[in-house]
Design a protein around this ligand. Sequence first.
Ligand code: PAF
Length: 259
Amino acid sequence: MLVIHDPSALPQDGCTFVPTMGALHSGHLELISAANINELPVVVSVFVNPTQFAPDEDFDAYPRTLDADVELARQAGTDVVFAPTVEDVYAEAMDDIPLPMVATEPKLEDATRPTHFQGVCNVVARLFQFTKPTHAFFGEKDYQQLKVIEAMVSKEERFEGIAICAVPTARGEDGVALSSRNAYLSDEERAQAQAVVKALPLGCENEMRAALLDAGLDVDYAVIRDAETLLAPVEGRSRRALIAARAGTTRLIDNGALP
Ligand code: PAF
């Protein structure tokens, strides 16, 4: 397995690609294992992207564990870990990616983190340009991000030929979604986080919110939306329950399909 820092040293004949911000956990390892679909190399990027963090967010404190990430990625079947610097990623000027509606209209993550998806789209576009993937793998855990990337790729000609592959959320034994930020949870907060998992299938926004408040969580949103547009549900189309809530200083986000 190779560790490459310089974008120009990446393989240029296609790859399957897993973008990450590092601090790899079993959820990422499932993405890497899902990316082993053909003979092309599996490239995993490890890059904490400054442009998707607001000034008051945890960019400086975000865990950076490259040596451990390299070892975990190797064991999971990675061919190349791509760990560029901020200077390399942002060396070339590139216009902002026009944001699809699903990044700006649902008033979910876009409401509390208004600059977040612009940063995600801009970095994913650059990472795609460097790695030239045929397939890119994203977790359903960040469901709005997944829908934003799908919409971005389907709109922009330059991404033609990249298949976006969704991988179901990896969960701990207690059902709580695996996430680098959930590593910050105390035992008490972890117990509170289980209320999020239990609220998702309730099928009624009032009941979801009440269950979260009962558990002492601070609720950002607890909604049922159209599974594709993330706008109000439409009869006959798939629905998705989505929650963001705070346990202490940790913001939990999770989602689940509804019948
Ligand atoms: O989901 C993440 O870890 C990040 O948002 C991504 C897609 C790697 C872009 O920085």
